[in-house]
Structure formats: C-alpha cells, structure tokens
Design a protein around this ligand. Structure first.
Ligand code: NAP
Length: 236
C-alpha cells in the first residue's frame, strides 16, 4: 500500500505550551454538520482513515460534549497504528480529553466501557456532581470552573505530559482555541458535498468575529478521489 501523505509529519511546537492542531471535514459550502446532527454524513471512508493517521501524531485528542454525545467513541487510533506511535516514543493510544460543563455523558458508551486509557473529563463542579458513578470510576475527572484554552493546555502539559493536542471540534470548541489564538495548525478535509441548510454549523461557532491571524500558510494539498486534504499553519 502507498504511504499515506500524513504518515510522516513534522511539527513546530511552541516552546512554552503544547502544539495545538484541529482536524475537521467540511462540505463545499462550508458546513461541518449535515441537517443538524447526523453522524457520519460528511467525509469518506478514506477521510475516516486519515483521521486515525492524523491522531497518530498526537499525545491527546480533545472534543466537546455535543460531539461526544453524538459520537461516543474513544478518540483513539486503529490498532495497526499503535506500533508506529510507540516507535515515535508516544503512548500506544492518544489520551481522550472531553469538555463538558453539564456532565451529561453516557456511562454505557464504549468510550468508557472499552477505553484503552482512562479519558480525561474537564468539567465544572456541577458537571462533576452530575457525572454517573460508572464514569467517575473509569475516567480522570478534572474540575475547572473556567476551562479556558490556556488553562486546559497548562493542565494537559503539566499533569498529562501532553506536547501535541489535536482538537476535533465541535465548532464551539474550535472557536475557543481560535479566539485564544492557540490554534497552530488546521487539517481540513473538503468533502464534495453541498448541505445548504442555514442552521448547519461552520468550522467555528462563537459570538465575536475572530481576530485576523498574522499568517495562514498552506503547508500541503493532497487529493484522494474527489476529496481534498489541506493542511495549514496559523501564526497569530
Ligand atoms: N465535520 C466535522 O469534522 C465535525 C467534527 C466534530 C464535530 N462535528 C459536529 O459538530 C456538532 C457539535 O458542535 P457544537 O459546537 O454544537 O458542540 P461541541 O463543540 O462539540 O460541544 C459543545 C459542548 O462542549 C462542552 N464545552 C465546550 N466548551 C467547554 C468548556 N470551555 N468547558 C467545559 N465544557 C465545554 C459543553 O458540553 P456540555 O453541553 O456537556 O456542557 C458544550 O455544550 C455535531 O453535530 C458534530 O457532529 C463535526
């Protein structure tokens, strides 16, 4: 099999904090959701395998509560990529990191029942109280009243030795990292589809216009069938 274009990647880690990248798939009209919340309606099987390869470069993969409730799976890599991770000095599986204020997570999902590593749940005191006991027993609970990206990165770096963090949405989580000027790279899959519906979400969703980054550099463009795989480096 041909080597995947993302198999060997070099990153420029900022000296004082973990490197942060985001990976998302959008339709041609810029939507990351299709009719609200339908899982798996965007991106191809190749995109799904690409997601695993991108994850294979990261110490931890983070997602927000809405995304996790829709896709309640460990944010890991297929077993065939574990060896490559070990050879790079990484743990066999990335650490899954979840953001929730509500604590509304399903303890019966495989994310908890079959987790290769205990997921880290960053939540409020109220959220921690709401978490089912079965989740508390399976996960590392981190209570943070104001979980701003800076604080999340500090915690992940200091306590979990995270040097590279991959953010996998959803748009409201992406926005927070962009607004804090803490997004260094964007992996973007452009899926040949048109969604059209006004209420579907774009790549980031927040209350204010984002400040313009200093530069957004296109690092690579790859094509597979009718899908495009773009990688950008962002300097704020
Ligand atoms: N196309 C793609 O590549 C892609 C990728 C990922 C997701 N998606 C889609 O995006 C949609 C979800 O996006 P979304 O913007 O609605 O939601 P989201 O970003 O997935 O999750 C938002 C939720 O995350 C938690 N959260 C966010 N920031 C937090 C913070 N600082 N501290 C603690 N908790 C925090 C809260 O969870 P609680 O509600 O539990 O309090 C919040 O309601 C889904 O339809 C999903 O399929 C698409």
């Amino acid at each position: 099999m041909d080597k995947h274009f993302y198999q060997a990647l070099a990153f420029e880690k900022p000296p004082e904090r973990p490197l942060v990248a985001c990976n998302m798939v959008t339709s041609l009209d810029g939507k990351v959701t299709a009719d609200g919340t339908q899982p798996k309606s965007l991106g191809s099987a190749f995109d799904l395998s690409t997601m695993g390869i991108i994850r294979s470069h990261f110490d931890a993969v983070l997602a927000g509560g809405n995304t996790i409730r829709l896709h309640p799976y460990y944010l890991g890599v297929p077993a065939r990529l574990e060896r490559g991770r070990q050879e790079k000095g990484l743990a066999s599986q990335p650490l899954t990191v979840l953001l929730t204020r509500s604590g509304d997570l399903d303890p019966t999902s495989s994310l908890f029942t079959k987790a290769p590593r205990p997921p880290v749940i960053i939540t409020s005191a109220q959220g921690a109280e709401n978490l089912p006991v079965a989740i508390i027993e399976q996960a590392q609970i981190e209570v943070m009243e104001n979980a701003i990206p800076q604080a999340i990165l500090q915690l992940l770096q200091d306590k979990y030795q995270v040097q590279r963090l991959l953010v996998e949405g959803g748009p409201s989580v992406n926005y927070q990292f962009m607004q804090a000027k803490l997004l260094d790279e964007l992996f973007l899959t452009l899926h040949p589809s048109l969604i059209g519906k006004r209420t579907d979400l774009g790549l980031s969703a927040g209350d204010q216009v984002l400040e313009l980054p200093e530069t957004i550099k296109l690092l690579s463009v790859n094509q597979h069938d009718d899908e495009l795989f773009l990688r950008y480096r962002i300097t704020w």
